[in-house]
Design a protein around this ligand. Structure first.
Ligand SMILES: Nc1ncnc2c1ncn2[C@@H]1O[C@H](COP(=O)(O)OP(=O)(O)OP(=O)(O)O)[C@@H](O)[C@H]1O
Ligand SMILES: [Mg+2]
Length: 486
């Protein structure tokens, strides 16, 4: 036996030292010769596998230490060197477990679990390499068996911990995803709710605006109704007396003509009178300055006639303006007539400040609420007059037709409107005028009325140069909308 050992591991006389090294090596190691007979079985091997050297060396029973039935171990298989045959055998005995050693040429490694070693089995990592003599001939094989149970257990524990961790992470990720989805849903719902809130807020604001507009219109309509009633009352009161003044005046004119004729006749007859009578008449004629009277009376009569005609006109305008007879009825009306009567009504406000220039186009009657349109015109003209400063200004009223619409412009060369103000002029109660001078309702009312007529109103202004308002109204309301009634 010792001879075999010597022949395998030391043919140079260093046998004892090498044997001692082999035995003292802490890794379980055994060696076999080419006949598969065990030549070495070190101390660590005895310890690990529980088989003594005495039992093993000189036998080919090394399988006994590991397996229940005889079979070649790794050292037995690899002795012939790498070949396809060997690869097949290795795969047969160690399916999927055997690999070439990365360190030792011609060596192979396997890691396997042996349930029958120790109390609860052991993981062994064994490496087998061919042994060669000085000439390189294979003289046997050596196999080391390292107990890697602790490592494998630690690895397994690590794997289990890892798996567990993965599971936990997966679970947590799932929970997080779920929470995220819920959060997203929450956010979406909140966004929806917010949008809904914004929408209803907007609706409310709009409703509020409509309400305040309606309120102002009501207020203004009320004002308008009382002005209308007042105007109608005054017109009625004046209408009768002016009627008989007018007809009496014409009769008076006739009578005067006749009286002057009579006077002429008397004057012609004067020479045939007695001298004292003629002197008395002459004295009287000179006292009353008959020649002057004959000149002046026709002038006075003409002026009074004009005055009476003007009063009749104003009365007619008042009646037109108030239109109590056609109260709030949609009628076909002549816009120019409305403008004229309105201009007459506001002439006091205008005549000392500006010249009114009328540039009327060729427009048809329009379907409208004339009283309200007059109100729009009046507000624009009064605003224009207010915008004119100390120097005499100019107010231009123009009209024209544009397809199925007519337009009306009121322009002035007054103050103009500041850019930061212009967006607010249609707001109810917005005014730049002194307290008591303006309520700020004129334009908002005009806006409301124009809207009711399915028209539009816009403004063009330059600070210090003037302002022009343009109102566009459909000729026919039935064409503009299905239901023109306010
Ligand atoms: N032609 C204009 N030129 C310059 N500013 C104007 C003109 N028209 C309107 N404005 C400005 O717009 C404001 C609002 O006009 P709006 O007619 O609504 O009210 P107001 O004239 O001030 O008062 P109210 O008409 O109720 O008596 C005016 O105060 C004025 O500042
Ligand atoms: Mg005004």
């Amino acid at each position: 036996m010792s001879h075999a050992t010597t022949s395998l591991l030391a043919d140079d006389g260093g046998d004892i030292a090498l044997s001692a090294f082999f035995d003292g090596h802490p890794v379980a190691t055994f060696a076999i010769d080419t006949h598969h007979v065990i030549t070495h079985w070190n101390h660590a091997c005895e310890q690990l596998l529980g088989w003594s050297r005495a039992d093993m060396i000189g036998t080919a029973n090394h399988w006994q230490a590991l397996y229940a039935r005889p079979r070649p171990l790794l050292a037995d298989l690899i002795m012939g060197g790498p070949s396809p045959e060997l690869e097949r055998e290795l795969e047969h005995y160690y399916p999927g477990k055997c690999k070439r050693s990365p360190l030792i040429p011609g060596a192979y490694e396997v890691e396997e679990f042996f349930p029958n070693i120790g109390a609860s089995g052991h993981w062994l990592h064994f490496t087998a390499a061919p042994l060669r003599d000085g000439q390189g001939r294979v003289v046997g094989a050596i196999e080391t068996l390292r107990d890697v149970t602790e490592r494998r257990v630690a690895e397994n524990a690590l794997r289990r911990a890892h798996d567990n961790l993965e599971h936990v992470v997966e679970k947590r990720t799932g929970q997080l995803a779920e929470m995220n989805a819920k959060l997203q849903e929450d956010i979406a719902q909140r966004l929806l709710a917010e949008a809904e809130l914004r929408r209803s807020n907007l609706e409310l604001t709009e409703l509020n605006q409509q309400l305040s507009r309606a309120q102002q219109q009501l207020l203004q309509a009320d004002k308008l109704a009382s002005i209308g009633q007042l105007a109608a009352g005054v017109a009625h009161e004046i209408n009768n007396p002016i009627g008989y003044i007018f007809s009496n005046f014409r009769t008076l004119q006739n009578y005067l003509d006749q009286l002057f004729g009579m006077l002429d006749a008397y004057q012609r007859a004067e020479p045939s009178l007695s001298a004292p009578d003629a002197a008395a008449l002459r004295a009287m004629r000179e006292r009353i300055d008959l020649d002057f009277l004959r000149q002046d009376i026709p002038t006075l009569m003409a002026e009074s006639g004009e005055g009476i005609v003007r009063v009749r006109h104003i009365v007619q305008d008042l009646k037109d303006f108030s239109r109590v007879d056609a109260n709030q009825e949609w009628v076909w009306a002549d816009l120019h007539r409305g403008i004229d009567s309105t201009l007459n009504i506001v002439s006091n406000e205008v005549k000392y400040k500006a010249d009114v220039i009328k540039e009327y186009g060729d427009i048809p009657d329009i379907q409208c609420l004339p009283l309200q349109i007059n109100q729009v015109v009046m507000n624009l003209i009064v605003n224009a007059a207010h915008a004119i400063g100390d120097a005499r200004g100019r107010i231009t009223v123009r009209t024209g037709r544009d397809g199925e619409h007519v337009w009306l412009e009121v322009g002035d060369n007054g103050s103009g409107i500041a850019p930061d103000t212009v967006s607010r002029i249609f707001d109810p109660f917005f005014t730049t005028k002194a307290i008591g001078k303006g309520t700020g309702l004129g334009l908002s009312l005009a806006y409301g009325i124009v809207q009711k007529h399915n028209g539009s109103i816009d403004v063009d202004t330059a600070l210090g140069q003037g302002t022009r308002f343009r109102v566009r109204l459909p000729i026919s309301q039935t064409a503009a909308t299905e239901d023109p009634t306010p």
